[in-house]
Structures are given as structure tokens and as C-alpha cells.
Write a protein that binds this ligand. Structure first.
Ligand code: OXD
Length: 315
């Protein structure tokens, strides 16, 4: 008999299980599925762990895991756990609904800055009726850091809106209408022509702290920054300094090194910051269930999971 364990931060396990029940009629979820910290008497019987930011050390309880299935795109919190069971395949979630939601967030924020809504909102507060100059879409470059599933979808929708779009990634990417920059050498020229920078990178050893003073100084004066990836990408003091000096005109920040954002954080009331509570892309159990069910079946049939994370590159 094989058991499944759900180890989720928050109280979403039941919602995910309800979505999986119709997708996996062959599984008796009442008998063969556990929600951490409730574990079967025989932890050897657990072959699949479905997780979101699992408690560090929890996964090593189960010596016969065939796979760990993450319910999000980012796996940084799992890879940070040095007790992760060596050799157990880890799959991340690439779900069309999550991708759509991230693209919506990016487009909304790009348009906000591109069409100067950050200034018009301020003008309304001061009863100012004035038309501002407007840069044409064709001459505005949006630069996307990270051209994985999320970055490439956002890039293709931004090209459809006729922005100039560039992308930076570890290796060269070929996407229609997107200028590709890659590797360490590609970063400076990519930044030099980016008016609106969007960070959608995975958080790895190489990308931690990438949104720092040196990177900001390579962006043109008055550039905008949108971070919908991870708070760990951003050096907070450097972001505040770049905003306060005016080098960065404004920022949309969905993620922070410490979440929830502490009440005393200067970002809350910063006039040049539009912040949201890590909601850029929310996973939708009803959309993702078929994909997760398929992945569980694959590993139970002895195959490697889809969307497997490369433990060396960290994504
Ligand atoms: C994710 C997230 O990684 O929601 O999917 O942050």
C-alpha cells in the first residue's frame, strides 16, 4: 500500500485534496493520504509528498519517497533545507493558470508605469488636472530577468502589446520578437537599454541579491523595477537608496526578504513603491489538479516526474 503526504505551510491541504479527488479516482484519499503532522504508523509506506514550503526536516521522515511534488513554481525554500532526501526527484509546478496570473500581474504593473499612472494617482490626490507627455510603446523597452515558463509567457504578451522586449537568462533563448541576452557578459548591455525591469528569476545561489546597487546603477536614469520573483533577489537598502536618489523612478514589489513585510518596514509608506503581499501569481487547485495527478501517476509507475528540478542549477 502506498500513502501520500501533504506538507503545506498554511491550511490549504484540504482544498488541494478536494481538487485531486476527482482527478485520481483510483486513490482512496480517506485511507491513503495524510496531512502533516499526521503521519502513518509506517512512514516507509509514503511514496509521494505534495508540498508547499514544507517544514525543514519533515521530508526526511519518509525513507521511501519516489518524488516530492511542489505546489508552486519556486523551490528555493525546499532546496534551502539541507536535510532534503538526496536523490529524490523534486518537481515544480508549471500550471497554465499560474502562468496567466503572473503575466496579468506583469502587464498591469508595466502599463501602470508606462502610462504614468503612478504620477496621475498622485495628481488626483492633489486635485491637479494636467496632461503629461507620453512615450510611445514602440520605444519603451521592457527587460525581463529570467525567461523560464513565466518570463517567456510575459515576454510574448508584452511583444503583442508592441513593447520592445528583451530578456536575460543563463543560456541563450530564442523567442519571437524578444532580444536575448545571456550569461554574465550579457547582463550589463541588457540593463543599459531596459526602461522597465521585471524580475522573474528563480532564487538560486547565483541570483540571490541580484537586485543590488551595482545592477541598479547599470539601468538608465529613471528606470522602473518590478519584482514578482522572490524577496531574496533584492538588497533592501540598495533598492531604497536607488529610489531615494531618483535613479529608480518607482518600483512594484510583490515579494520581500521577510514576509509578511514587518510593520516597521520603510517600504510600506514609501511614495515610490507599489507593494502587494506576494500575490502576483496564485496557484489554482482546480486548474493544477490534472497535472499533479498525472505526475503522481508517473512516479508511481516508475517514471521520472515532469517539470523535474535540476538540483545543481536550483530550478
Ligand atoms: C511560487 C509562488 O513559487 O507563488 O509559485 O511564489
Amino acid at each position: 500500500m502506498s500513502n501520500m503526504i501533504f506538507i503545506l505551510q498554511g491550511d490549504d491541504s484540504k482544498r488541494w485534496i478536494e481538487a485531486l479527488i476527482p482527478a485520481m479516482p483510483e486513490v482512496d484519499f480517506n485511507a491513503d493520504c495524510y496531512i502533516w503532522p499526521d503521519v502513518p504508523d509506517d512512514p516507509d509506506s509514503v511514496d509521494v509528498a505534495v508540498v508547499w514550503r514544507p517544514n525543514p526536516g519533515a521530508l526526511k521522515t519518509f525513507p521511501n519517497l519516489k518524488a516530492v511534488i511542489n505546489l508552486g513554481a519556486g523551490v528555493d525554500s525546499i532546496l534551502a533545507d539541507d536535510t532534503y532526501p538526496q536523490g529524490v526527484p523534486l518537481a515544480r509546478m508549471i500550471d497554465p493558470a499560474m502562468t496567466r496570473h503572473m503575466t496579468e500581474f506583469v502587464i498591469y504593473k508595466v502599463l501602470h508605469f508606462h502610462r504614468k499612472f503612478h504620477i496621475y494617482e498622485e495628481m488626483q490626490r492633489h486635485h491637479v488636472w494636467k496632461e503629461l507627455s507620453q512615450l510611445d510603446t514602440l520605444t519603451r523597452t521592457v527587460g525581463i530577468l529570467g525567461l523560464g515558463a513565466l518570463g517567456s509567457d510575459a515576454a510574448s504578451h508584452l511583444t503583442a502589446l508592441e513593447f520592445k522586449v528583451a530578456g536575460w537568462s543563463r543560456t541563450e533563448k530564442n523567442l519571437d520578437g524578444v532580444e536575448s541576452f545571456f550569461g554574465a557578459d550579457g547582463l550589463t548591455p541588457f540593463l543599459a537599454q531596459t526602461d522597465i525591469l521585471v524580475c522573474l528569476l528563480p532564487l538560486t545561489q547565483e541570483t540571490r541579491g541580484i537586485l543590488n546597487a551595482d545592477l541598479f546603477s547599470k539601468l538608465p536614469q529613471g528606470a522602473f523595477v518590478i519584482n514578482a520573483a522572490r524577496g531574496g533577489h533584492m538588497i533592501e537598502a540598495d533598492m531604497l537608496a536607488a529610489l531615494d536618489s531618483g535613479h529608480i523612478e518607482a518600483a512594484a514589489l510583490d515579494v520581500f526578504p521577510e514576509e509578511p513585510l514587518p510593520d516597521a518596514s520603510p517600504f510600506w509608506d514609501h511614495p515610490k513603491v507599489w507593494l502587494t503581499p506576494h500575490i502576483a501569481s496564485l496557484s489554482v487547485p482546480s486548474s493544477a489538479a490534472a497535472e499533479i495527478a498525472d505526475n503522481i501517476r508517473r512516479v508511481r509507475a516508475g517514471k521520472p516526474p515532469k517539470d523535474r528540478v535540476n538540483m545543481d542549477s536550483g530550478y
